[in-house]
Structures are given as C-alpha cells and as structure tokens.
Design a protein around this ligand. Structure first.
Ligand code: NAD
Length: 249
C-alpha cells in the first residue's frame, strides 16, 4: 500500500495488542492513519502504542464482548483524535478448542461473545458514530478464518463464529452501503501469532504440508490486505470474503 494514502483518517483496531491486530496498526500508521489501539489487555495495547509513538496512536481498553464496555469506548475513542474512526478493524478473537461432547457451555459462550457478538457490538457502535457525524468513505474489516470453511474437528465453537462473521459481514455491507461505509472480511489461513503458538507442532506441520506455499503466514501478510481494504484503492470492494491462506483450503 502507498505511504500517505490514509492521511487524515482515524482507524480503530480491536485485538490490537497482539498478532494480526498489532501488525495492522503498524501498517495503517505507515499509510498515514492515526490509530486507536483497542484491546482488553491495556498493557499490550500500550506496548503497541510505544512502538508506533503517541502522535500516531493511542491505547484504548475495551472488552468487545461487553455492550457496556464497547458503548463507553466510543466516547473515549472520539476524544483521542477529536474525530470518529472511519476505519474499523475487528481483530479481537479467541479460541477455546475441544471436542463437542466435552465442550463446556462456557467455552462456547466465551468464543461466541468475543468473535461474533463482539464483531456485532463494535460494528454497530462505530457505524452509528460514523453515520451521526456524517462521515463517508468508511471501511469496516472483520476477521473471519479459513476454519469457517475447513470446519476442523475440535473447533465447533470457533468455526461457527467465523462462519457467522462471513454472513454478518455480507448483511452489514448491504445495510451500510447507502451510508458510504464498506464492510468486508478476511479469512486468514494459519498465521504465526500467539493464537497459533498454542497449536501442537504436529498440527502445524500438517498445515504446512497442505499449504501450497509450504509455510505459515506472517501477521503483516494479513495486515497488508486489511490496509488495502481500509484504503480508497479498494473503493468498489464491498461484502467480500477474501481468503489469505497461501492457498490452503
Ligand atoms: P492473538 O491472540 O495474537 O491476538 C488477539 C488479541 O485480541 C489479543 O491482544 C487479546 O488481548 C485481544 N482480545 C481477546 N479478547 C478480547 C476482548 N474480549 N476484547 C478486546 N480484545 C480482546 O490473535 P491473532 O492471531 O492476532 O488473531 C486476530 C484475529 O484473526 C482473530 O479474530 C482470529 O480469530 C483471527 N484469525 C487468526 C488466525 C491465525 O492463524 N492467527 C487465523 C485465522 C483468523
């Protein structure tokens, strides 16, 4: 993406204290945006800000699974750079893997709460703020996963939420088009982040063998596509679900 293409824009990235979210903050800032680094883990968000500098970024504590927390984050976010974000990236996500017959209700609810309900709460709250301030050229990018299509054994909760994110994205793109807000999602393959660090080596080896590019992805390789979707260079891309997997199906 071109340096400066996002100048004058404010972006909000959830899950921005780690992995894909942090890499996204890096690239959006590189392209000229001011970035609100939102995470449940404030210390991790502050580390991202330390890397980017406080002129270009600001940390925001938010639990995306809580309507109250998301709602109060909006006023906080508006104060950071005196402008509602027109770029919103829903990268906060968790896994709680386990076989269905043994999956505690809590593990289902937690994954649903962050991955799908969290995407809903943040999208709704920040789209409202954009619409109220009559800001056009908005771009919302949601993180689904190739697991939504691979439907791995042991990931019923995660797969269901990530499939839900694809449908949610498409509906939102249809409802928000008239406000000049585009909504798209990305289906990453296996990306080398703390989320995947807990996956057993044997599983990672199988993934690498199945992946035509023969390796895991790097967070920046997802962030580059997010930066494209955030930019005017993708002005006619709306309601899309883009696989970024090295060819892994
Ligand atoms: P990660 O674990 O490195 O980072 C996730 C971040 O989300 C953490 O900083 C965490 O504190 C934050 N978070 C968790 N719950 C939160 C909440 N309730 N409110 C606010 N923040 C919260 O994960 P990652 O690998 O960077 O994944 C980012 C997104 O990409 C997730 O939605 C994930 O499902 C998706 N994804 C990742 C991969 C992969 O291989 N890493 C593949 C496909 C999709």
């Amino acid at each position: 993406m071109s340096v400066g293409v996002l100048a004058g824009k404010v972006a909000l990235v959830t899950g921005a204290g780690s992995g894909i979210g942090r890499a996204t903050c890096r690239l959006l800032a590189r392209d000229g945006a001011k970035v609100i680094v939102a995470d449940r883990n404030l210390k991790a968000a502050q580390e991202t800000v330390q890397e980017l500098g406080s002129e270009r970024s600001a940390a925001l504590e938010v639990d995306v699974s809580s309507a109250q927390s998301v709602q109060s984050s909006v006023a906080e976010a508006l104060k950071k750079f005196q402008q509602a974000p027109t770029i919103v990236v829903n990268s906060a996500g968790i896994t709680r893997d386990g076989y269905l017959l043994k999956m505690p209700e809590r593990d289902y609810d937690d994954v649903y709460g962050v991955n799908l309900k969290g995407t809903f709460l943040v999208t709704q709250a920040y789209a409202k703020a954009m619409i109220e301030q009559k800001l056009e050229n908005g771009s919302i990018v949601n993180l689904s996963s190739i697991v939504a299509k691979m439907n791995n054994v042991g990931q019923a909760n995660y797969a269901a939420t990530k499939a839900g994110v694809i449908s949610f994205t498409e509906v939102a793109s249809k409802e928000f088009g008239k406000f000049g807000i585009r909504v798209n999602c990305i289906l990453p393959g296996y990306i080398d982040t703390p989320m995947v660090a807990v996956v057993p080596d044997s599983v990672k080896q199988q993934v690498v063998q199945r992946c035509p590019l023969g390796r895991l992805g790097q967070p920046e390789e997802i962030a580059e596509v997010i930066a494209f979707l955030a930019s005017p260079q993708s002005s006619y891309v709306n309601g899309a679900a883009i696989e970024v997997t090295g060819g892994l199906k």
